[in-house]
Design a protein around this ligand. Sequence first.
Ligand code: ATP
Length: 280
Amino acid sequence: MNSTVATPAKPAAATRPGSPVVINEDANHELAIRVEDLNLWYGEKQALKNINIDVFQKNVTALIGPSGCGKSTFLRCLNRMNDLIRSVRIEGLVEMDGRDVNARNMDEVALRRRVGMVFQKPNPFPKSIYDNIAYAPTMHDLVSRRADKDDLVESALRDAGLWEEVKDILDQPGTSLSGGQQQRLCIARAIAVKPDVILMDEPTSALDPISTATIEDLMDKLKTQFSIVTVTHNMQQAARVADYTAFFHMGELVEYNDTKTMFSNPNTKKAEDYITGRYG
Ligand SMILES: Nc1ncnc2c1ncn2[C@@H]1O[C@H](COP(=O)(O)OP(=O)(O)OP(=O)(O)O)[C@@H](O)[C@H]1O
């Protein structure tokens, strides 16, 4: 992998390593996040090696690759979640709106408002359904009047496809919902602070097939408002939901491509072997 940044707005960019082939040129190719020469170590162990990738606004980007290849580590670089791990050392650039998210003067709380996260296991706060949604926007001073909070709670729950199921039980604990509902509650909580980007780390791996399909449909709707970066082990899911797919292997970004191209005509043997189930 050389250090050329993936700048994919035109098909010609596909000739550059790591740059996706752009099939749908009408899609949005404005930059959400630019990553340049990103390296990460846990102590002595290097987990990310010279990653260069441009993530587009209002698309779904899937991160795929064998266990331990660095997908989650990379995802956590996008909102500085790795800062919470003491042994971590990071070099390189992760840029949003022309600002390095790792800059000393970057407000981490503000960053995590702009780059929300949904985890593998639904993790509602031990609060009511209503307060799960209203808590963060209130903390960030996005709302203060009760009527505004009510509107925000309703609109986030509607956007997460959960409103009709919970509108009469808003004062019940979030944890009383089913697993799939809890995950949609966590998505509603993430979107309530109006982020630009939503990171999802295997958001459906703990869910049944019906809840999984509901979340996949939801991702398709949410990408009209938000940029979504998702880690998945499920190849069919990546093929179904993602506009772009990045294949990681042993800490390297081996291929970054339009999803249709990745799954029908990958550029690299490693990606092809992984996608066709020959290893991983
Ligand atoms: N907190 C940590 N401390 C030390 N090493 C870590 C830590 N987290 C991850 N690693 C190591 O970094 C490498 C990348 O891990 P990461 O979890 O990012 O991979 P992944 O592709 O998301 O894997 P999986 O698909 O199994 O979730 C692995 O070798 C892992 O053991």
